[in-house]
Design a protein around this ligand. Structure first.
Ligand code: MN
Length: 487
């Protein structure tokens, strides 16, 4: 890896970026790691450069790329964080400091595992860029895992599968998640990996390529006629996800891979819909398989149009249609999100997803690490839904949430005084499970003093649970609640 490639990549992402500091960081790190070698006998600086390049690939900002080059300096060399701050400023130094703290994470049994997860989440809440650096550092370590002793390889692979990959998915950085998973799969289950790789790369290859080319030709012709710009991709190798589907669904490789998938990328939202129309004019769509994630994005921000059609020879074919920007967001998740926000000139408008803010409040509410992790898994790792307030404000909640969870997400007063709910213009009970896209209105009882303790039986979010407990009447006259309307 050459520093010039990294400079080029950064310039590609943001042409106005001042890359001089980047080259200085390279000189500095090279000097600091002088004479150090990796286990595979490579110069140590190569690891720093690969980490930085991966960061540039996911469109991280220039300070993050610089911190990527410097990330192992305080830990492994005679230079300190102060040296870094003096030369590269506070922002870079604080990123490197974050990484140095995180590097103490090691998978050693369940207790340590929880501690690691907690550290990772907290680092994320403080500055998500630290975790991006950690991911790229890890990905390069996985690529060079061959050089390590077997026991250490297994430990790192396991830790990656349990901590790093799920968090990368949470942040929508699928590209990193999939690469990490496939690399780990190869180490933890070499036989299965090789079997699947053979099926994918050898047995199925010709059939897949021929089919995809036929579809490309037919569709390409129509898109040209309509004068719509496009590129079509037809290869998404992700062996671990195939393997997992085979396991959980008890199916064979051929059954999982029976739907051909293609991705059509274009320049504007209007053209996405036009392409959808063109595809449906050529092939009959399967009922109930048209998904408009552009009008209603997935809770993690994913946008695309999906449809499955009876394609050439009636063969089920799935299309994902999206713009270049959506495509990059789908690969790079939160990182690309920052990138586009910065591009539009509003550098300080970096909006963290709601759940990142929740992590900090969860930490305050849960002294005990085990509870903290349990709650995080529940609130964060679960699927999320979007619901709307009567004014059209969007609220993000874990799946399975009820109107009471919604009420407390709006405001504690709304929760404390909730008496009923209207969901999509229908009167509903307070324990009703909300669905993605529901419009929810809470009916308030102004004179109500405290929330109903029984709500604890069905609320899902930590925030609602905490507020209900907090706002219980302090006196012994708990019978008061009995006169209040029940759910
Ligand atoms: Mn490293």
């Amino acid at each position: 890896m050459d520093i010039k490639l990294i400079v080029k990549k950064v310039k590609e992402n943001s042409p106005q970026a001042d890359t001089e500091l980047l080259e200085l960081a390279f000189d500095f790190a090279k000097k600091a790691h002088q004479g150090q070698k990796r286990k595979n006998d490579e110069e140590y600086i190569q690891h720093s450069l690969h980490t930085a390049f991966l960061l540039a690939q996911i469109k991280a900002d220039i300070n993050t790329v610089i911190a990527g080059i410097l990330h192992d300096v305080p830990e492994d060399t005679e230079f300190t964080l102060d040296d870094i701050e003096k030369n590269f400023g506070k922002d870079v130094a604080s990123l490197v400091e974050g990484i140095t703290k995180l590097s103490k994470i090691k998978y050693r049994g369940v207790e340590r595992y929880r501690e690691s997860l907690k550290k990772m989440f907290l680092a994320m809440a403080r500055d998500i860029r630290v975790v991006l650096i950690k991911f790229c550092d890890r990905l390069h370590n996985l690529r060079t895992l061959d050089a390590l002793p077997e026991a250490k390889r297994q430990r790192i692979a396991k830790e990656t599968m349990e901590i790093y990959a799920p968090i990368a998915g949470l942040l929508g950085i699928w590209r990193l998640k999939w690469q990490m998973e496939d690399l780990c799969f190869k180490f933890t289950n070499p036989e299965e990996y090789q079997k699947l790789e053979y099926k994918y790369e050898v047995e199925k290859k010709t059939e897949r390529n021929q089919y995809i080319n036929r579809v490309k030709n037919i569709l390409g012709l129509e898109l040209k006629k309509a004068d719509v710009p496009y590129t079509i991709e037809g290869r998404f190798k992700h062996l671990y996800s195939i393997y997992r589907k085979m396991k959980t669904k008890g199916k064979q490789f051929d059954e999982i891979q029976d739907v051909f998938a293609l991705r059509v990328i274009t320049d504007s939202v209007e053209n996405c819909y036009q392409i959808l129309g063109i595809i449906h004019a050529i092939w009959k769509p399967k009922p109930n398989r048209i998904k408009d994630y552009i009008a209603l994005p997935k809770p993690n921000g994913y946008r695309s149009l999906h449809t499955t059609v009876f394609g050439v020879d009636g063969h089920a074919t799935e299309f994902q249609i999206r713009t270049t920007e959506m495509d990059e967001e789908a690969h790079y998740g939160i990182a690309a999100h920052f990138h586009y926000k910065q591009k539009s000139g509003s550098e300080n408008s970096l909006k963290q997803p709601q759940w990142i803010k929740e992590i900090l409040s969860l930490q305050r509410a849960n002294e005990n690490t085990e509870d903290f992790i349990k709650q995080i898994k529940f609130d964060v790792f679960r699927d999320r839904i979007f619901v709307f307030s009567p004014k059209g404000d969007v609220f993000e909640l874990p799946k399975g949430s009820t109107p009471i969870d919604f009420a407390y997400a709006v405001h504690s007063d709304v929760g404390n005084k909730a008496a009923g709910a209207i969901i999509n213009d229908q009167i509903s009970t307070l324990d009703h499970e909300l669905q993605n896209g529901d419009a929810v209105e809470i009916i308030i009882e102004k004179n109500r003093k405290s929330p109903n303790r029984d709500w604890l039986k069905f609320v899902k979010t930590a925030r609602a649970r905490e507020k209900i407990k907090q706002n219980q009447p302090k006196s012994n006259f708990s019978s008061i609640t009995k006169f209040l309307p029940r759910v």
